[in-house]
Design a protein around this ligand. Sequence first.
Ligand code: 26Q
Length: 800
Amino acid sequence: MTYNTQQMKDAIVAKLRLNYGCTQQQASDGEMMKACAMVLRDIMAEHGVQSREKAAREGKRKVHYLSLEFLMGRSLMKNAYNLGVIEPLKEAIQELGFRPADIFDIEPDAGLGNGGLGRLAACYLDSLTTLEIPASGYSICYELGIFRQRIVDGQQVELPDDWKSLGDAWLMPKPQEAEEVHFGGTVRTRWDNGHLMVVHEDYQTVLAIPCDMAIAGFHTDHVNTLRLWDAKSPKPIDMQLFRQGEYLKAGEERAMADVISKILYPEDNHYEGKSLRLKQQYFFVSATVQSITRQHIEVYGTLTNFHEKNVIQINDTHPALVIPELMRILVDDAGLSWDEAWHITTHCVAYTNHTVLAEALECWPQRLFEQLLPRVWQILQEIAHRWQARVEETFHDPAKTAKMAIIWDGGVRMANLCIAGGMAVNGVSALHSDILRHDVFRDACAMEPEKFKNVTNGVDHRRWLSQINPGLHGLICDLTGSDGYLTEPLQLRRLDDFADDSAVLQQLSAIKQSNKRTFAEWARRQQGVKLNPHAIFDVQVKRLHEYKRQLLNVLHIIYLYQQLQDDPDMDMVPHTFLFGAKAAPGYAVAKRIIQLINSLACQIARDPVCRDRLQVVFMENYCVSMAEMLIPASEVSQQISTAGKEASGTGNMKFMMNGALTVGTLDGANVEMHQVLGDENMFLFGLHADEAARLQRTYNPRLLYERDPMLRRVLEMLKTGVNGVSYEDIYQRLLQEDTYLLLADFPAYCAAEQRMVQTYGQSDVWNRMSLHNIARSGIFAADRAVAEYAEQIWHVPYKK
Ligand code: 26Q
């Protein structure tokens, strides 16, 4: 089913009339956007039916990707692109009297995620579908996604993100496929015909209503779904209480249910033991497992072969309750023995770890389970007990027993649960997986080494290169003679052949220049800043976290600023530092760093000495759609986390694909970047992971401060004040703790920036490096990563 412009117009007009009772003359931009979405949704719905029928016929193993986050961003352009209808869609919009750019722009981001982990899940859905793997994603249909960020007086203010009022155009509610999720109550056992029956009573029921979003693949009619669960109370009101005149109380249960899908927790890489979060996790897991097992039984009539036909991939430990929940359904509902059920579970669940930060590892208080999930708690105890016996038998070492325990000291350790109940555990870059094997999960790895794998992350290169950087896409097609890299990203390597072609290098540079201008124009409209398009665009955009070291970037900028103060006539390549970052609302230090960046931006902007030479800009409300504007315009990608702390990073890959050069540490996937680029095509600096870990044991930042006058002067400025605000708190933190070794890496970082600036001055060298970066970025395509999951973990076929 393909559409020409006329058919597209007719379909859009029909949607406007039927759904909004208006003509194209009366429709608002928002209504127009929704009508377009519905037209594409119809195409995908039809393909979806066929895909499901085909999958059922072929009896292939299906992949279920569970994640508390899917950071989808916008979908109109993406779906039109994948369905091959961009041109007819744009023409139709135009001919109906609208500006296509306005219509694409009005779509809100579906911000159902915090950062890397959620965006990864979104990229993988695209590749799963493009590779024609029967798959579904599952998450929560949060009413409010990641908060919108405003900067007021230099500080972050959070506003609600009501994405659904326009973004719901993609959702298909399926109330007839609702599931019941049970909370609280008591558990009783009784014997029935020689069988031990478990009876769960007096629980509260929450209804899980699926809202499905169709996912189109590229160059295929295969369609998968992202199933988002919406929480609703089964009864509008408690009539018994109502009759007693307890009106407020009568609505309480309903409110308790609705709140479960109200909001995305905005903590990134940080665990907080909030009971509502645990309710969210169980709600989504239970609904999902019930839905998957129900569909399996519909086709196969039994659950005994469940593991052969299904694989459940869990995105970090957040959906770890699939393990006891699947056990519960297999044992209590399907009547399987514990051993049969355990065999099935441990042959279909696989766990991806995304962080080694201790504060991000989930450890839930036992009493929350006892109160909220009494049956799941019993099952967890049984799993923990058997696991502990195995560990003791293997090691005879109380220290190891303690470390590997699932339930310990009143807490439930979700990572250990995933290791015990999963068939595979993987990290997301070579270095990260090594750290998991040799450090974080060392003992478990000694016990079952084959379980531990690596799949280096990847990003959807069709979105993050072709779609957002049409100029570069055009050049790649010209040079390689086709658009083959869209499905075979390693073809990008052919660009290396043009490394000495000065005309090509010129074109590359012209594309970047044009993207910079487009971005500058957008930034001016967006937040009234005036960017110098001749300056280096040096960019650090990601969540704000101390380990990511935005503060190191700041220290270096202060250093440059002080140099300029000393020598106002200094020769300097114009340099614009761009930041974008959201801080978790409860993370006070991160919020102070945002304020510091804004203070510095302000002081520098007011200083005539800096004019046209040094600029700092904090871009408000960094999100997927901003990244799509900014990354094609970036020249320098800051990836400067303390080595050993960033599991992979995926922003680094997007910048590389768009020809930005990396200033970075040997951390996360930067290591793999370095493998393909060599020292000569990136600006590496700083401690390696092993060195950083060793140094951390004896580290004394104050010594470094005392020894290095330059560093001392930079830090003094924090204390005396930036734009009239003292940052003595940050100064003290660096002198006393400096957990992330900023002072240790500071000199090397300044030197790397200097090398970078020096290279920027030699534009032929720079452009050649940029070309090599694009050419070698193919390994970071999500298609490659998903193919590795398919082969090494899921054991499912995919389109080659
Ligand atoms: C856990 C419990 C309670 C509340 C919140 C959380 C929570 C939420 C989000 C814990 C962690 C996260 C997000 C982690 C994350 O985004 N990790 C990133 O994952 C990327 C994809 O693999 C990597 O590239 C990044 O290196 C990693 O930081």
